[in-house]
Ligand binder design. Structure first.
Ligand SMILES: NC(=O)c1ccc[n+]([C@@H]2O[C@H](COP(=O)([O-])OP(=O)(O)OC[C@H]3O[C@@H](n4cnc5c(N)ncnc54)[C@H](O)[C@@H]3O)[C@@H](O)[C@H]2O)c1
Length: 397
């Protein structure tokens, strides 16, 4: 088993894969499409972060590839359908940096509410400006969370602990944490709260979802945060509403175009605005989160490669059986059409192979069966499983 880890994923990931017997190569940067195709020859496992695009062309060429680990939350950079159609599992780390993003959002809400950015800049310029004007406590203020998923819901809990009143808007039905109140529309939320914070996911429909119309609906003097995705917000409109004084401040961590590497120039029309905190996409960038991501995703790659387990896979059905001790395990990914399990089992019976354990799950167009058998099987069995018209990929572990 060979694993290629790009974009400086946490070293614990390489250690976990090596201890599972994989030969691991690492690179500290992303690769373009052609370079990735060339680099992947002979590798079964690929680890990336957000900057490497894994396109259909890459999957088409990477005949040895079994699984891709996204050592981050988002998976928009991966063509998931192309991966699934070739039986390649994709994993990510949906929860590992949730807390880090939430803590940054809390810090920024307090910093903007106390106008710390201006006080700090003034002090560094030699200005002693002791005044309470426009500085507030967050206690009792109304926080509006747009996107009440992992991050939004955890922020809700911490904000209530600080004494804020929490409102949220989500396109899906979500369980309200604590005393948080659901708003029926985005407009209702925007007209209600003192602080609006975006935690929506990166689906295409969210492109430009927050622009002039939405800023105009926010209450005068309110604060705005975006730690979700850069393309969600119209930055020109944000600038206009800050300069007009309609918004009292903003904190932005994600941008429509982000520099490719550390040290590159950051170009944005949000530079130089008062009470605007700009951070270089560091919401999830803590040592704790990176280490947790390294452990989590490397563990998923190892368990898929060794045991066929797909729990929490982004694109395949979720199945998990304990590791085998002796005997064999057949993992079979197929088109989700009627009768496939019956076909697998009749082939096993035909070859006089006893089933010791078996699980099947389906997800959308895919079905996945894990079958534990006691003995080595005749190679004709594997060939017939592979030859089934519904088979996408079959492995013997
Ligand atoms: N700044 C960072 O470093 C950083 C780190 C981690 C995650 N993120 C980003 O934070 C965002 C949230 O992450 P998460 O783990 O909470 O995701 P999640 O999938 O758990 O939650 C997203 C929520 O947004 C809701 N949603 C989607 N579109 C919506 C819309 N238009 N209006 C209202 N609700 C909408 C979804 O129903 C879902 O409940 C993602 O975009 C992720 O990429 C950023």
């Amino acid at each position: 088993m060979r694993a290629l880890l790009l974009e400086s994923v946490h070293p614990d990931a390489a250690a976990i894969l090596r201890s599972a017997g994989a030969a691991v190569e690492t690179l500290d940067r992303a690769l373009g499409e052609q370079a990735l195709i060339e680099a992947l020859a002979g590798f079964q496992l690929l680890g990336i972060r957000s900057k490497t695009e894994v396109t259909e062309a890459v999957f088409e060429e990477a005949s040895d590839l079994l699984a891709v680990g996204a050592f981050c939350i988002g998976t928009n950079q991966i063509d998931l359908a192309a991966a699934g159609d070739r039986g390649i599992a994709v994993f990510n780390a949906p929860f590992s940096n949730t807390r880090s993003v939430v803590e940054l959002a809390v810090a920024e809400i307090i910093a903007m509410t106390r106008r710390l950015t201006e006080k700090n800049a003034g002090m560094h310029a030699g200005l002693w400006d002791k005044s309470a004007e426009a500085a507030h406590e967050v206690r009792g203020r109304r926080l509006g969370i747009v996107g009440y998923g992992n991050i939004g819901a955890q922020l809700s809990v911490l904000a209530e602990a600080l004494g804020m009143s929490v409102y949220f808007y989500d396109t899906d039905d979500k369980l309200a944490m604590g005393n948080a109140r659901r708003c029926a529309t985005l407009a209702e939320l925007l007209g209600t709260v003192d602080v609006v914070t975006l935690h929506v996911d990166g689906r295409r429909g969210n492109l430009g979802m927050f622009g002039d119309d939405q800023f105009a609906l926010m209450r005068p003097g309110s604060l705005f945060l975006n730690l979700s995705r850069g393309f969600v917000v119209d930055h020109h409109a944000l600038r206009v509403h800050i300069e007009s004084g309609h918004l009292a401040g903003a904190a932005v961590d994600v941008f429509p175009q982000e520099p490719a590497g550390r040290g590159d120039e950051f170009v944005s029309e949000l530079r130089g605005l008062p009470n605007v905190i700009l951070t270089p996409h560091i919401g999830g960038s803590t040592e704790e989160a990176q280490q947790d991501i390294g452990h989590y995703v490397a563990g998923k790659l190892r368990d898929y490669a060794h045991d066929g387990n797909t729990t929490m896979s982004v694109n395949l059905p979720h199945l998990s059986l304990p590791p085998r001790h002796g005997g064999r395990r057949i993992v079979h990914l197929h088109r989700n059409v009627p009768g496939v399990l019956a076909k697998i089992n009749s082939l096993l019976a035909e070859h006089k192979v006893n089933i010791e354990g078996q699980l099947l799950d389906t997800r959308g167009e895919y079905g996945y069966a894990i079958t534990d058998i006691a003995v080595d099987y005749p190679s004709a069995l594997f060939d017939s499983l592979a030859a089934m018209p519904e088979t996408i990929r079959v492995r013997s572990l």
